[in-house]
Ligand binder design. Structure first.
Ligand code: ADP
Ligand code: MG
Length: 331
C-alpha cells in the first residue's frame, strides 16, 4: 500500500497536518486536488511553502503511478489512457456519441433547455455505473451533488428495476449531497476525498454545476466574480476526476443569446469557463417526444448528432421504445 499520509511529506508536521485535515484535506491525493492557493488559505502558510508541499505531493503520486508525469512520451499517455473506464449509457445512440460511454479522468458536460433530459441522464448513469464491467458499468458508487433539488430516489428505483438490478442495493450506493449555495457546493467537492474512497465512487454527478452560481451572482457587476468561482469549481471537478480516476458528469443550463442569428439561439451558461475545463460537451435538445444529443466539443470524437428518448427505464434508444409500444399493443 502506498503511503498517502500527509505526514509522510517532508515539511508537513502534526500541526500542519491537523490544520489540513480539519479543512477536509486528509491525504496526499486531497492536497493535489485542492492545489497550493487553497492549501495556503487553509493553513495560513505562505504560498511558496504551499507550492512546495503540493509539488512534493504531486511528485509522490507520480512515483506511485497515480498521476501523469509532467513530461511523458506519447506511449505513456497512451498507456494511461488504457486505464480510462467507460460507463455505458445503456443506449446505442448515446454510446455511439460518447464512443462507448462516459469516461473517467474527464468531465462530461451536458447542457440544454429545461426538460431536455439532463437530469434523467444523470439518474440513469447512477444505475449504470454500478453494473459490472462486462455489462458496461464500473462496479462503482456515485456521489450525486444535487443543487436543484431534482434528485428522485423513485426514479432510481424504476430505472434499477427495469435493468434487472436490486433497487435497494442500488440506492445504497448513491451518496446524495444537497448543495444549498455555491460555497456549499464547492465545500462538498473539496471534502469529497474520503467519501470517494470509502464508497468506491466511480461517478460524480453535479446537477447542475452552474445553477447556484447563476442565482447568487446576478447583474453585470458580479459576472467576473461568478466566472472566477465557477472556474475554481470546475477545475476542482476536473482534478478530482483525474486524481481518483472517476467520471464526472455536470449539467448546465442554457440562456438565450440574442446575438446569435444562425443555428440554435441557445448557449450554455457559464460560457467559456465551463467549456474549457470540461473535456466533453454535449448539447441536448427536445424534438417532439424525442431528444437530440450533439457532441459539441471533444478532442477526439467526430461532431455528430443522435436521437434518444426518456422512458420509465431512463434514457433509451428511440427504436427500442417503438418496439416496446408495439409489443404492448399486440398483447
Ligand atoms: N418516468 C418517466 N417516464 C418517461 N419520461 C420521463 C419520466 N420521467 C421524466 N421523463 C421525461 O423527462 C423530462 C424531464 O427531463 P429532465 O431530465 O428532468 O430535464 P432537465 O434537462 O431539465 O434536467 C420530462 O419532461 C419527461 O418527458
Ligand atoms: Mg434537471
Amino acid at each position: 500500500m502506498d503511503d498517502l499520509r500527509l505526514e509522510s511529506l517532508e515539511g508537513v508536521g502534526p500541526v500542519t497536518s491537523k490544520k489540513l485535515s480539519d479543512a477536509g484535506v486528509h491525504n496526499i491525493l486531497d492536497l493535489v486536488v485542492r492545489g497550493p492557493v487553497d492549501v495556503s488559505e487553509i493553513t495560513g502558510m505562505d504560498i511558496d511553502t504551499a507550492v512546495n508541499i503540493v509539488n512534493k505531493a504531486r511528485k509522490q503520486l507520480i512515483e506511485d503511478g497515480k498521476l501523469e508525469k509532467e513530461f511523458v512520451t506519447a506511449t505513456e499517455i497512451y498507456k494511461r489512457r488504457q486505464d480510462i473506464g467507460k460507463i455505458s449509457t445503456g443506449t446505442n445512440a448515446l454510446d455511439t456519441l460518447f464512443d462507448g460511454g462516459i469516461e473517467t479522468q474527464a468531465v462530461t458536460e451536458v447542457y440544454g433547455e429545461f426538460g431536455s433530459g439532463k437530469t434523467q441522464l444523470c439518474h440513469t448513469m447512477c444505475v449504470n455505473v454500478q453494473k459490472p464491467k462486462e455489462e458496461g458499468g464500473l462496479d462503482g458508487g456515485v456521489l450525486y451533488i444535487d443543487t436543484e433539488n431534482t434528485f428522485r430516489p423513485e426514479r432510481i428505483v424504476s430505472i434499477a428495476k427495469a435493468k434487472g438490478l436490486d433497487p435497494e442495493k442500488v440506492l445504497e450506493r448513491i451518496i446524495v449531497a444537497k448543495a444549498y449555495n455555491s460555497a456549499h457546493q464547492e465545500l462538498i467537492l473539496q471534502e469529497a476525498g474520503p467519501v470517494i474512497e470509502e464508497n468506491k465512487i466511480k461517478l460524480i454527478v453535479v446537477d447542475s454545476a452552474v445553477g447556484l452560481f447563476r442565482a447568487e451572482f446576478l447583474g453585470r457587476g458580479t459576472l467576473s466574480v461568478r466566472q472566477q468561482r465557477l472556474n475554481k469549481f470546475m477545475h476542482l471537478l476536473t482534478r478530482t476526476s483525474e486524481v481518483y480516476n472517476i467520471a464526472a458528469l455536470a449539467t448546465n443550463q442554457v440562456q438565450s443569446s440574442p446575438d446569435t442569428f444562425f443555428g440554435d439561439p441557445t448557449r450554455p451558461i457559464g460560457g467559456n469557463v465551463v467549456a474549457h475545463s470540461s473535456t466533453y460537451r454535449v448539447y441536448f435538445k427536445k424534438s417532439g417526444k424525442k431528444r437530440i444529443a450533439r457532441m459539441v466539443d471533444s478532442p477526439h470524437h467526430p461532431e455528430q448528432e443522435v436521437l434518444f428518448t426518456v422512458t420509465e427505464a431512463g434514457v433509451a434508444d428511440p427504436e427500442e421504445e417503438t418496439k416496446k409500444k408495439k409489443k404492448e399493443l399486440e398483447e
